[in-house]
Design a protein around this ligand. Sequence first.
Ligand code: F6P
Length: 570
Amino acid sequence: MTVDPGFPDKTTLLQAWDALRALGAPEQGGTRAGAHDIRALFEGDPGRASRYTAVLDDLVIDFSKTSLDDAALEVLHALSRAAGLSLFRDRLFAGDVVNVTEGRAAMHMALRDGPDAALSADVAGGHLGGDREDASALASAELGRMGEFVSGVHDGRIRGATGAVFTDVLNIGIGGSDLGPLMATEALTVAHGPRLRARFLSNVDGHGFAAAIRGLDPARTLVLVASKTFTTQETATNAAAARAWLSEALGEPAVADHFVALSTNLAAVASFGIRPDRVFGFRDWVGGRFSLWSPVGLSIALAAGFDAFQAMLAGAAAMDAHFRAAPFATNLPVLLALAGIWHVDVCQYRAQCVLAYDDRLRRFPAYLQQLEMESNGKSTGLDGRRVRQLTCPVVFGEPGTNAQHSFMQLIHQGTSVVPVDFILAATPDHDRPEAHRILAAHAFAQAEALLRGRGLAEVEAEMRAKGVSEASIAAVAPHRVFDGNRPSITILSGRLDAFALGRLIALYEHKVAVQGCIWGINSFDQWGVELGKALAAGLLPDLAPGAPEGDHDHSTNALIARFRALRGED
Ligand code: F6P
């Protein structure tokens, strides 16, 4: 391969990493005692809250409740320079092959930046002088076809085989062909309900299929088979089951009117038998976890409306423009990425929690888990060597306030420090302002509690004032102490409409790309999912009744034997 990934100068990079680590506390191998005393940072700087808040229109990100200080930011920016972030960003938007191990560009921005953006993508695997294609033109043409189709379904011009209008959509897909569309569809339809009801079938577990079709009328159901590769076993199995379910009810010819494919693999789609005008394509330069902007997002448009889908694209385009042009010192994805690197590599926090105080974003953590961990859960650098620094933390989350009644105990008082991203909109899309103020009060209070903590003396005084006995105080007070100084970032926007949702998603997409660049890894491949897939294919025949013992480790062989025995098949 003739790709030049633009390796940065090794010595400068190592020096930048060393300089960064030196800013940690002695117990983390650094030199600064009290490096993570966030409360002291506030005491020493009355302007900290505003100095550590970055703004883009109505989107506000408050980084002040972290242990980042000016020295840390300076060194983090030096690290990003040493890692070649500026060149990486240029190459990303130039459609160069940034996904070097798969020989592809990562040009999902073309799906949302409109035809005038004139974005192109290298389609020759980085070979010098190779072909490029007009990504913006391709994306716009397909978006136009999607718009036509969605309006046809919505106004009843496009109907099922029996002449019934479509009322339900069943999206069959997994990973990026499920998580993004599901998350966004929920986010955009919770408040006012959907134009078409959407269900999402991802797992190959037959219970999932049973639940997905329960109560669905096949005559009124449009089935979307979303799969970038069209080779994913789970999706193929579920698509075949859905096809059998539909043909049994309406006859095999009805499949043509009820099935839609969203894929890059047009040959495989054709052999499944989906008619060409029901196929919406995209290209390899769209990664699976970045595909909700592509035809894979058709479920979003059908459920929430094409206008909402377009507004979501526009919001993401606004973030693209900001990321592409803003200086790194005020660049929101860059700052979010640097804060994450600070937490992982200096503070050595191994987990990251995301709490959206917004029920519309209840699937956002699941979506983010794939985006962050499939992208940056890697230990091999672009140079083929094992990286020396820690990379992606474990990402998890739940909607607030629900999380407060499950795992927030650990985040407040556990032995692990877990930074939290709080996400909140100032104005809800419902008419119960008091409920929203309660929700917001909890979000702000959680962040405040994490920062402030509560010392032993304060707890004891409070208990004494309530007349608690000295014996009880001695026994209970230590359990009621909160260390405080626990970091969080608050992401606040005016509303969470479709535009703001697109902007939020793109914020995290670019954060992930920036972190990948600085960690020196390829954020756009996912080789780590291959081994399990290959072994599952080899193992499947061993589960059949009477199959001889397979070539596995002793534990796996014993479990297979017990599985078969418990099924009464041996
Ligand atoms: O889990 C691996 C993966 O390749 C993801 O990256 C992808 O989103 C998912 O499988 C589904 O792939 P496809 O859309 O090709 O069915």
